[in-house]
Design a protein around this ligand. Sequence first.
Ligand code: HEM
Length: 537
Amino acid sequence: SGPDTMSPTGQATGAAQARMAQSGAYLTDAQGTRLYDTDHSLKAGPRGPVLLQDHHLREKVMHFDHERIPERVVHARGAAAHGVFKSYGTASAVTKAAFLAPGAETPVFVRFSTVLGSRGSADTVRDTRGFATKFYTEEGVFDLVGNNMPVFFIQDAIKFPDIIHAGKPHPDREIPQAQSAHDTFWDFVTLHTEATHHTLWNMSDRGIPRSYRMMEGFGVHTFRLVAADGSTTLVKFHWKPKLGVHSLVWEEAQLAGGVDPDFHRRDLADAIEAGAYPQWELGIQTFPDTPEQTFEGIDLLDATNLVPEELARVQPIGLLTLDRNPSNYFAETEQVAFHVGHLVPGVDITDDPLLAGRLFSYLDTQITRLAGPNFSQIPINRPHAPVNDMLRDGFHQDAVHRGVAPYRPNSLDGGCPFLASPENGAYVETPVRVPEATKVREAPESFSDHFSQPRRFWLSMSEVEREHIIGAYTFELGKCYEQAVKERALQVLANIDTQLCARVAEGLGLPAPEATVPPVDVEPSPALSQVGRSWPT
Ligand code: HEM
């Protein structure tokens, strides 16, 4: 037996509804006893001492004292909305996933976020944005936990605590609270040059989006889709906004951050309330599932790489519409728990070492953040597919399980739940061959080119976008105290492009170093530029 069900629109039904707070006409305490006064403590006379026997006072203050839960260790500040995903059916040839079948409609919950700021920080800071989508499919929950940039800072999840420690505010003064302008961030990204590509995206206009409604989204990693006949295809997921990709300019971002720190949160909620429902097309780039897992010389397991759209077209597979605001921020936006391991039949993972660490990290952090292992029973996290697991007990257990034998097979409970096969919907891992190998702690040689993809990005920018990038590096590095960090950053820029390095060096009043890595000959990718693209795609 599983937790209570939700209706397709996400509304609680049956017993779940009865359990919801504020269902009766009278104000009560937490035990349902009606109250005659909630404004005065029980005292020995109107001016006398407050009595310890005032149960209502103690319960009310006790509950208030525990209202806050830990914020997310990253992506703490977010805004979310409900919606629907309609499949075009165009992915059916490469995946058996039911939510991607022709005409399938799936309820979704999408949470956008900044990465580094705390829950109370401003929306318009220069940062990456999270773009996490929970699909409540009939085959279970599928979470696509992506960002608004297609590449990531690091190639191996073991460095994630390090990059986040470097990016969060300095431990002594807790500043800056929500942007990258500080020494530890620049120290890390210049000592770990695999971070060069993502950092360049952050310094571009993509780091200061105009609106959550006007951002692309990316699954970043390469995933493996599995078709009904068992054939497999490697893919990268893309969200393309119908409104196009638009950014603020830096002065606007700073002004908006000061005048209205809730700028993006307000924009999303207001648009939905006004009926201007934001829409995105989901698309996939597809690559043959070869043993090498490379495409045109690009290592598909390296999350610091993207595959230019000119080399692999993004094929639209469905339409996302966000049409309903959350009714309670805490219950929905704060308590939602995404996890890259929430997969459905037809969608599988690859050996990307960054993805491997994420598969561990999300569940682990949610045990602390949501106080125990039962967070999938919180209404916003409940699958819309029937749940019949053998998980029992634990903090915040909400289900009243039936029977005496939560194991299988058993001979006591009058028949166990069935085991499924692939034909009736079981999730079966793709039998991918693991090459014979020696256990090592090292990166492959194919992860060692840290500059040609950033160079492609730089060469793909229009003049105005380049000016913005130069301005962003100059401003952010100008905030660093350590001369050595600025000089190392200029060395990284020299390895991307001489002109970029020279202009930033000029702005900082420092000499421009020579490149230490010979510049690679790369073709620009016009699709990377925000200028000159026509939307909707
Ligand atoms: C949260 C994206 C890498 C650990 C998030 C969220 C997003 C995201 C969108 C916010 C989810 C929400 O709205 O609730 C990404 C992307 C990555 C990446 C696109 C790289 C491609 C990593 C890595 C780790 C990690 C490598 C750890 C090894 C976390 C944790 C949270 C989080 C702990 C907080 C989750 C929670 O409290 O519910 N990430 N992330 N992420 N991420 Fe990542």
